[in-house]
Ligand binder design. Structure first.
Ligand code: LRH
Ligand code: MN
Ligand code: MN
Length: 406
């Protein structure tokens, strides 16, 4: 049955001018980083729910993340957040992670959960607070060096709640001063990924509110600083794929945080609300990977795909598996876009033809393709089902309630 479905799929794609073997190779090469905080207890400002079986420390978070890699084969790295994942000796953590067959991905400094940062971290008018924040950034560079991570991923909660509360221009200047110092501490193969968000927790102004501000900051810092786009960090209706295309064109897109939202920065399961948006983002990235400009290609190929999800009502590992599979599905669909067909239609100025060439790929059922790829990768064809049957969920239930939050 599976074989027949795949044979039919292959035939159908050949007729559309798609090289299925090339598509399979790209699917096998896809890597999606998962966040340590996505395995911990999470909540909203109203309640953090305590779940049974949640990891009690960073070491256990890594064990759960390794399960996601085991069942998907595409999640070999885990992002950590400092100090949520603070440990005494990072080389011990590195060894633990490597024993699990995975690695540590992006290092995320945390400059928002300390009373000192209430009125800003690297933008605080108090020089001592700025010093403390900058020292934390430097500490994160050092941690990255110890664990062998190349990306430091930064999101700043800095902002104000009221008009007149602070000097907006001075704050940008202070942030630049701090980031410049951090930039100077990077090894030549490290990157600073600068994330932006339009509001929350600050409600009047946020110092890095949009891609333009992050882009400008990254430009001022240098080539090792790039922008990170988080799907949940935009106003309703924002054309995120346009931002993606623009930033790649400027060689400045470095990373992606996938999650799903309906209203704000909801951090829910990826692709649960608007999978088409994700597909269109991948279309822009794949189109750039086929560009004749080598720098555009390298930028697009260098994008770090990460999930940034803080689901709080559902089971942690199954929810992460669902997200990873949803990313894989939309990526697979985007790989079925016949880019030559799109270009031909563009050249003919055939508006409907071009839109059809993009959309038709999304309408394909990629299940037989994903089954075949997973089989060839030696992972279960249905990762979630296999995980549930494995008994790991029952085993970790012994951890009880009251695990790590964040
Ligand atoms: C806050 C946020 C941000 C970071 C993450 C750790 O908005 O979701 O996206 O990347 O916390
Ligand atoms: Mn994020
Ligand atoms: Mn966020």
């Amino acid at each position: 049955m599976q074989d027949r479905a795949y044979a039919l799929f292959e035939e159908q794609q050949k007729a559309r001018g798609i090289d299925v073997e090339a598509v399979k190779a790209k699917l096998k090469a896809l890597k999606v980083e998962t966040p340590s905080w996505g395995y911990a207890d999470q909540g909203t400002r109203f309640k953090t729910f305590q779940k049974v079986g949640v990891p009690r420390n960073t070491f256990e978070k890594m064990e759960d993340a390794a399960q996601v890699h085991k069942y998907t084969g595409i999640c070999p790295a885990v992002a950590i957040h400092i100090p949520w994942d603070k440990v005494d000796d990072y080389s011990v953590l590195k060894r633990h992670v490597s024993d699990l067959g995975i690695t540590i991905g992006a290092i995320n400094p945390n400059l928002f959960q300390d009373d000192d940062y209430m009125l800003g971290s690297v933008t605080n008018s108090n020089a001592a607070v700025r010093r403390k924040a900058t020292d934390h950034l430097l500490e994160c560079v050092e941690i990255a060096r110890t664990v062998g991570s190349k990306d430091i991923s930064m999101w700043f909660a800095d902002g104000t709640n009221y008009p007149g509360q602070a000097d907006i221009r001075k704050r940008v200047h202070w942030m630049h001063e701090s980031l410049k110092e951090m930039y100077g501490a990077l090894d030549s193969d490290m990157r600073m990924l600068i994330e932006y968000k339009f509001f929350e927790p600050a409600f009047y102004h946020t110092d890095l509110a949009d891609w333009g501000m992050a882009f400008n900051m990254a430009n001022k810092l240098g080539p090792q600083a790039q922008v990170l786009v988080d799907t949940g960090h935009h106003a309703q209706g924002t054309n995120i794929e346009h931002i993606v295309a623009y930033l790649i064109g400027e060689y400045k897109l470095g990373g992606f945080h996938f999650n799903s939202r309906k209203y704000a920065d909801d951090d829910l399961i990826v692709g649960s609300v608007n999978p088409y948006e994700l597909f269109l983002i991948f279309y822009q990235i794949l189109d750039a990977i086929a560009d004749s400009d080598a720098k555009v290609r390298q930028t697009a190929e260098g994008i770090a795909y990460m999930i940034d999800q803080s689901h709080n009502i559902e089971e942690k590992i199954p929810a992460m598996l669902r997200s990873v599979m949803n990313v894989q599905t939309q990526y697979a669909k985007a790989l079925l876009i016949n880019l030559d067909e799109v270009k031909d239609a563009q050249e003919r100025q055939d508006v409907l033809g071009a839109e059809e060439a993009v959309r038709s790929a999304h309408e394909m059922d990629v299940t037989p393709l994903l089954y075949a790829v997973r089989e060839e990768m030696g992972v279960p064809v249905e990762p979630l089902k296999a995980y549930r049957a494995s008994g790991y969920g029952e085993k970790i239930a012994a951890r009880g309630k009251g695990g790590a939050s964040w």
